[in-house]
Design a binder for this molecule. Structure first.
Ligand SMILES: C[S@@+](CC[C@H](N)C(=O)[O-])C[C@H]1O[C@@H](n2cnc3c(N)ncnc32)[C@H](O)[C@@H]1O
Length: 207
């Protein structure tokens, strides 16, 4: 059960400017990464507006990109946009963590700013890793004890929306550490991006 109704959310809300800027930077970073690792297929879970996927799909026209999200409204919007842009290599489908229905596997799986809303976070991370081809990579960020502390400090006591949106995290019900990620995946997470302890992006190789 999600803390907010994402389907309704994306019917009315645009992508926040800060999120969009970050997604553009992430596209630059992933472009270099994909080139250096010879990545041939990519899936993003909790894709939202998919700014990163659109940028990458425009650049790597012979690589297939897939965006998954629980919210049907954003899947419809993205599908329409990809069609208008003539991006035949970018497709979208509704799917949910922690138990995605789709069984397709990919060289690169990403999941950004989404595990913060998933209660069964360990199951979700395991299922995401199962979607990675041998030799491929999973890249994601996750809520940890520092994230909780930061949100506790930053969210105003009267901000009922933010308290509801991040209820799981604030209650400490879906926090995880790099040590625990290593235990559940049997592979060592390496830092991919971010110097702040409350928002670390890790990379795990399925070797
Ligand atoms: C904060 S947005 C992040 C969007 C995008 N990844 C980004 O970094 O800008 C969180 C996204 O996760 C999706 N989401 C939330 N819970 C989910 C779940 N359990 N399974 C799949 N998607 C989920 C929401 O619909 C939303 O699009």
């Amino acid at each position: 059960m999600s803390s907010i109704n994402w389907d309704k959310h994306w019917e009315t809300n645009k992508e926040p400017e800060g999120a969009r800027d970050f997604a553009e930077k992430m596209a630059d970073r992933l472009r270099e990464f994909m080139r250096s690792k010879g990545i041939g297929s990519v899936a993003d879970y909790g894709c939202g507006h998919s700014t990163t996927l659109f940028r990458l799909a425009e650049h790597f026209t012979d690589i297939d990109f897939y965006g998954y999200d629980m919210a049907t409204s954003i899947i419809q919007k993205n599908t329409e946009k990809a069609r208008e842009l003539g991006l035949m290599n970018l497709s979208f489908a509704q799917d949910s963590l922690p138990n995605p229905r789709k069984t397709k596997t990919f060289d690169l799986v990403t999941c950004f700013a989404t595990l913060h809303y998933v209660e069964e976070i360990e199951r979700a991370i395991k299922r995401l890793f199962e979607r990675v081809n041998p030799g491929g990579y999973l890249i994601f960020n996750y809520p940890n004890t520092y994230t909780r502390k930061t949100y506790q400090e930053d969210i105003q006591p009267d901000d009922e929306y933010m308290k509801r949106r991040f209820a799981l995290l604030l209650a400490g019900r879906n926090l995880i550490s790099q040590r625990r990620i290593r235990e559940i995946l049997g592979a060592r997470p390496k830092k991919f991006y971010s110097s702040i302890k409350s928002n670390i992006y890790v990379l795990v190789r399925n070797s």
